[in-house]
Ligand binder design. Structure first.
Ligand code: ZN
Length: 262
């Protein structure tokens, strides 16, 4: 069991506050507070860029999947990211589950948040996130996850219904997976992921399926309610060193945003 360490959360929070004070175009808002097990943390939302396209990035839904939040924090330091911001507006939730992150556990202590987005036993974290996403609509949502038991990378694509757009998006996803492989990393091929077929690292899931609607996961919930049109999820392999997982998240995030903005 990992040690409880509230400083892990505060390092991220203070890192974002420093970023916001360095870049005037970087807006940081506290959209809620989570209090549990004697821990009390803000839930932050950020907004940056003023281009015509809009994307939302989510990190830290599962507290033990730390590469996503850490990669996203690094992402903003990159000059290439800043060059992209003339073309789009990026909203982001850097750490949805701060208590889980502080304790190094998947859930918030009681439940897996990503199974309870459509349940009556709603969790405060989920209410904060859903309120924010209902207010701030975007074309694309990118969700940063890890598969703690995997040795290889894979990704999800869901929500795209237009046929012409779909083939281009699949081609972009294949190029993203090639970019991961070209850095010497393995991509998971041919396994089943939560009942969906994984083809060479790409899991195309149907948000309208009975399985998806029962899962209580955020992505099908947003797609079904029309809050978002396309959701991409990354799963970096938890068995690899953290620096490699962060690198994979960065490669994937940059790739999906660049292809989205073409
Ligand atoms: Zn996850």
């Amino acid at each position: 069991m990992p040690r409880r360490d509230p400083n892990r959360v505060w390092e991220l929070v203070h890192g974002y506050q420093a970023l916001a004070s360095r870049f005037p175009q970087f807006t940081l808002t506290e959209i809620g507070v989570v209090e549990r097990f004697g821990l009390r943390f803000p839930v932050l939302a950020g907004s940056v860029g003023d281009g015509p396209r809009s994307a939302i990035i989510l990190a830290g839904t599962h507290g033990d999947e730390i590469a996503g939040p850490l990669a996203l924090r690094q992402f903003w330091e990159d000059a290439a990211t800043h060059a992209m911001l003339a073309r789009c507006r990026i909203l982001f939730l850097p750490l949805i589950n701060p208590v889980g992150y502080a304790r190094g556990i998947r859930g918030n202590g009681n439940v897996d948040l990503n199974r309870h987005f459509e349940r009556p036993t709603a969790q405060p974290e989920n209410e904060i996130v859903l309120d924010f996403l209902r207010r701030e609509r975007a074309e694309l949502l990118v969700s940063l996850h890890e598969d703690v038991s995997a040795h290889c990378f894979y990704m999800y694509e869901s929500g795209v219904r237009e046929r012409a757009l779909f083939s281009q998006i699949i081609a972009d996803d294949v190029a993203l997976l090639d970019a991961i492989e070209s850095q010497g990393y393995a991509v998971c091929a041919g396994n089943q992921v939560d009942g969906n077929y994984n083809r060479n690292g790409l899991v195309v899931s149907n948000p309208g399926s009975v399985r998806a609607s029962r899962s209580g996961a955020l992505e099908p919930t947003l797609l079904r309610h029309g809050v978002i049109r396309r959701v991409v999820g990354f799963e970096t392999p938890g068995r690899l060193p953290l620096s490699d997982r962060i690198q994979q998240q960065l490669v994937a995030l940059r790739h999906v945003l660049e292809s989205f903005l073409v």
